[in-house]
Design a protein around this ligand. Structure first.
Ligand SMILES: [Zn+2]
Ligand SMILES: [Zn+2]
Length: 274
């Protein structure tokens, strides 16, 4: 499998980092996990497009993880040459979010249908599957398992384990360490975790910003989860605050103090093969 960090940013706007989104290539199967800011731009940077996706997995319904799901749906729709379903998997209420996106697109869809009556006569065909922990299903060549995470008060939130040809990858989404996260990570070849820097966030004396400390894994906690679960490779993303040029090794050292395996972090489009 190939894992490409499409967007390594967070809700905090950053000129060089898109919002949370990761592309997983499992043989001929391409799976997008979360759809944050600039996801379609970064998909093109990774040599992909929404029409090449076999499925979209959403970890939770925080806006930073799906703000550009609209663009994924629209670009998939306008580039499809036949009525082509887009499969979206996410926690309960994902259908409600997709319905809202489609409602916002109603004028746009009506213009396109009016403009291309002989080549475009279908509405976007979005097939939503709401998932709960313990579910397993298949997307193309990949086997997917759904895990429970703790990002309270955001509920429900899920993680995904993707298996393909004997390799396994876990995408933990947002949240703090918990037993169910350890369980789904157990023995995985790679584990992608969204992280924050507690030491740097703590410097900002803004109550609403400080609140984020109680529901995100720190870099150190992500490394500890990886160690407990016996993961081979730890992949960090969703950096709060953004990693500044030259700070990469400082971030890596914080994780390396708690995890002896390979640690990957970097800019948007950082990729690895597992
Ligand atoms: Zn979140
Ligand atoms: Zn987030």
């Amino acid at each position: 499998m190939e894992v490409i960090l499409l967007g390594t940013g967070s809700p905090m706007p950053d000129a060089k980092r898109g919002g949370p989104a990761t592309l997983v290539k499992a043989g001929a199967t391409q799976i997008l996990v979360d759809a944050g800011r600039a996801v379609v731009m970064r998909l093109t940077g990774a040599g992909s497009l929404p029409i090449f996706l076999s499925g979209v997995l959403i970890t939770h319904l925080h806006s930073d993880h799906l703000t550009d799901l609209n663009d994924v749906i629209t670009t998939h729709y306008v580039m499809s040459q036949a009525e082509t379903p887009l499969h979206i998997y996410g926690p309960p209420r994902t259908q409600e979010v997709v319905n809202g996106i489609l409602a916002s697109l109603a004028p746009d869809i009506s213009y396109r249908l009016a403009h291309h009556p002989d080549t475009l006569w279908w509405q976007p065909k979005i097939i939503v599957t709401e998932v709960t922990p313990g579910m397993t299903f298949t997307i193309g060549e990949a086997q997917i398992s759904v895990g429970e995470t703790n990002h309270a008060p955001v509920e429900p939130t899920v993680s995904y384990r993707i298996e393909h040809e004997g390799k396994s990858l876990v995408l933990g989404g947002d949240g703090i360490p918990c037993e169910t996260l350890d369980a789904i990570c157990k023995g995985a070849d790679a584990y992608v975790q969204t992280v924050i820097r507690e030491d740097l966030v703590s410097l900002v004396k803004n109550k609403r910003f400080l609140d984020i400390l109680d529901y995100h894994s720190t870099v150190e906690q992500a490394a500890q989860t990886a160690t407990r679960a016996g993961v081979k490779k730890l992949i960090l993303t969703h950096y709060v605050p953004s990693i500044q040029p030259g700070q990469e090794e400082e971030w890596r050292a914080l994780a390396a103090a708690h995890f002896a395996g390979e640690i990957l972090l970097g800019d948007d489009l950082t990729a690895t093969t597992i």
